[in-house]
Write a protein that binds this ligand. Structure first.
Ligand code: HSE
Length: 290
């Protein structure tokens, strides 16, 4: 068995929408997954694929999980805030489901992915594409999550600046306060609502205010001292709104013009030749078999 799967990179949170908003980018991760006689051990990306693969076998009550060999595209950078783990788990899940002749429905695959990966705000846009609003349901029956796609103007792009260091989401998440003041809750709720409406209505002047956050970015910036300087540089050059992508350290900026200059000032401010900057479109399509 051999299967090629493409999954978009995803950017979660979008500022105030912590664990709630995620968006798919035309930065495509590719996986070629085949069964193998032997398996390399200790490779984090392969382990994630394998965990997703095994989870489908378990759910389908199938045994004899085969060894896997996986070829990865070079752009899969772990721990940068661009949804690589969601993509790896989903690729493993899709491969296993195809391998077993599709025992799991779409909802079941998503459910498995969120259980093993943990971040619905990456899993949903990676699987379905577009900008997704995600809500964990109080009453769980068939699905545990609601996801709703918001349609955006194709002129809207995201510049992503990817520093050459990792900020593992799990670790930086542990540093976040679990007690939120009412004032800060209102701060983020109001901005999340404003953000989704401003994006859909094309009222980009609101994005500067709407991408601000008081739940996670400031704490996470302790691992990334010039993060806010990069936000400011991008905004000065004409970015509409700037935020820390997922758990970081990637920084994402909403733009509709002046992309090259904005990219340049972000990269200059990062001041690391190994940092990557890319102007991304938002893609409507999620995971696909290629
Ligand atoms: N929403 C998650 C977090 C990131 O901020 O911890 C998902 O990748």
């Amino acid at each position: 068995m051999k299967i090629k799967i493409e999954v978009p990179a995803t950017s979660a949170n979008l500022g105030p929408g912590f664990d709630t908003l995620g968006i798919a980018l035309d930065w495509q991760y590719q996986f070629e997954i085949s069964t193998a006689v032997r398996e390399k051990k200790g490779e984090p990306k392969l382990n994630m694929i394998k965990n997703g693969f095994e989870a489908v076998f378990n759910k389908a009550k199938e045994q004899n999980v085969p060894h896997l060999e996986v070829k990865f595209s070079k752009n899969i950078l772990i721990g940068r805030g661009l949804g690589t783990s969601a993509a790896c788990y989903l690729a493993g899940i899709e491969a296993a489901n195809q391998f077993l002749n599709n025992p799991l429905s779409e909802e079941e695959k998503i459910d498995v992915a969120i259980k093993v990966e943990g971040h619905a705000d990456n899993v949903m846009p990676a699987y379905y594409g577009g900008l997704q609003v995600i809500v964990k349901k109080e009453q769980k029956n068939k699905n545990n999550f609601i996801n709703l796609r918001l349609d955006l103007d194709p002129k809207l792009k995201l510049i992503v600046l990817v520093p050459n260091f990792s900020m593992p989401t799990k670790k930086t998440r542990e540093t976040l306060s679990h007690k939120i003041s009412l004032e800060n809750a209102v701060y983020n709720i109001s901005r999340s609502v404003l953000l989704t409406h401003a994006l859909v209505q094309g009222k980009y002047d609101h994005l500067k205010e709407a991408t601000m956050d008081k739940l996670h970015q400031s704490e996470r910036s302790k691992n990334f001292p010039n993060m806010y300087d990069i936000f400011e540089a991008a905004t000065r050059e004409g970015a509409h709104g700037v935020y820390l992508s997922g758990g970081g350290p990637t920084i994402a900026a909403f733009v509709t013009k002046n992309e090259r200059n904005i990219s340049k000032v972000m990269k200059d401010q990062l001041n690391d030749p190994k940092g990557i900057v890319k102007i991304c479109n938002i893609v409507d399509e999620g995971l696909k078999i290629i």
